[in-house]
Design a protein around this ligand. Structure first.
Ligand SMILES: NC(=O)c1ccc[n+]([C@@H]2O[C@H](COP(=O)([O-])OP(=O)(O)OC[C@H]3O[C@@H](n4cnc5c(N)ncnc54)[C@H](OP(=O)(O)O)[C@@H]3O)[C@@H](O)[C@H]2O)c1
Length: 336
């Protein structure tokens, strides 16, 4: 099969596609999936260079987010609800290959109204943003929310979910283009450019001087954002896309009478497995209703150009989810 195989650690731009990689074998509790589309992530760049916290033994197939169909030759483990041909999305090491072995619990049925391209980038971003806003910040209708990196993978999901939950959303991004995406495709009410000095004053003005009730931050901008948080506000630590783990003087938490909370969605499977299907049920209802919609970066990449997609992420050019189409099908494309 065709696959992006990492034999020697290198930047993905230096690794060619392997045309005859061996097909994976399903282990206990796993099914085989014919991959149609794959979601690209910054950590793929790190893993290909041997710099990620989770490194499979080499050689390995890169990629971790996917959508596709249960293969016709797949085993169906006890308790697995899927059958050959079912459309699914989920996560497994090896998404940048034509076939992948996946634990069936790491798969979700792909909604009928969704393309493979849209489904490939859902598995991590959407539940992270949903649980951050609902489970951690306990967002209420009518509240003000500030989303940083609002056009990014988790950010654009957070913007849409906050709107669907009845909040007023201020999108904060690093360029006018990304602000426009956050408003036009995400539905944010307002946008501010956080690369400009004093952007917090704009947020204060928009909220009538009160500040935002909830900060959703995947960048590492909590300290900066606290300049425009409301009394009893909640700030959610989602990630550190800017590359540095932020440090915060705790007197700010006291003086502003606020709460700082974190989200680690990947750890729910271990620590709170009963919450996972609840979140997915609510998300699938939102997707089916059309009230929220995955945003796919307009340039999608064939498998042999997956490195170009990763470089675009590295250069901070992209917005929404960057997708590679591993097999071509009319159902891959975001516009059917
Ligand atoms: N806690 C969890 O469970 C969880 C789950 C998923 C992801 N995350 C984390 O959330 C973060 C964002 O993930 P994502 O998938 O949304 O990423 P993404 O789609 O690549 O978006 C990241 C955005 O961050 C902004 N950014 C600001 N400073 C940056 C810098 N120095 N370099 C690169 N980007 C910078 C950029 O937007 P602008 O150009 O607008 O600034 C960029 O588009 C990551 O750190 C990821 O690890 C956490």
């Amino acid at each position: 099969m065709r696959a992006f195989v990492v034999t020697d650690y290198a930047h993905p731009s230096k690794i060619p596609i392997t045309q005859n990689a061996p097909e994976p074998k399903a282990g206990p509790g796993q099914v085989l999936v014919d991959v149609y589309s794959a979601g690209l992530n910054y950590f793929d760049l790190l893993q290909s260079q041997g710099k990620y916290q989770n490194q499979p033994p080499r050689p390995f197939v890169l990629g971790s987010e996917l959508s596709g169909r249960i293969s016709s030759n797949s085993p169906i483990p006890d308790g697995c609800p899927f059958r050959a041909g079912d459309r699914v999305f989920g996560a497994a090491q090896g998404a940048f290959g034509e076939k992948v072995a996946v634990a069936w619990q790491s798969l979700v049925p792909l909604p009928d109204n969704m393309t493979y391209d849209q489904g490939a980038g859902l598995y991590v971003t959407w539940p992270t943003s949903y649980e951050a806003l609902v489970g951690r910040a306990e967002l209420k209708a009518g509240e003000w929310v500030l989303v940083t990196a609002s056009a990014g993978g988790v950010g654009i999901a957070a913007v849409q979910l906050a709107k669907a939950l009845g909040a007023k959303v201020i999108a904060a991004a690093g360029s006018q283009e990304k602000i426009d995406v956050s408003i036009k495709q995400g539905g944010a009410d307002y946008g501010v450019n956080y690369s400009k000095e004093g952007w917090q004053k704009e947020v204060l003005k928009l909220t009538g001087g009160k500040g935002v009730d909830v900060i959703y931050d995947p960048v590492g901008l909590i300290r900066d954002s606290l300049k425009c948080i409301a009394w009893k506000g909640r700030a959610i630590v989602v990630g550190f896309a800017a590359g540095e783990i932020e440090k915060l003087p705790l007197n700010l938490v006291l003086l502003k009478n606020i709460a700082i909370t974190g989200i680690h969605w990947g750890a729910y499977t271990k620590n709170e497995p009963e919450r996972v299907p609840v979140v997915w049920k609510e998300l699938l209802e939102l997707f089916s209703s059309g009230r929220v919609k995955p945003v796919v970066y307009p340039e999608t990449f064939p498998l042999d150009r997956v490195a170009d997609g990763l470089v675009a992420i590295e250069q901070r050019k992209t917005w929404g989810k960057v997708i590679a189409y591993v097999r071509e099908s009319p159902q891959n494309k975001s516009k059917l």
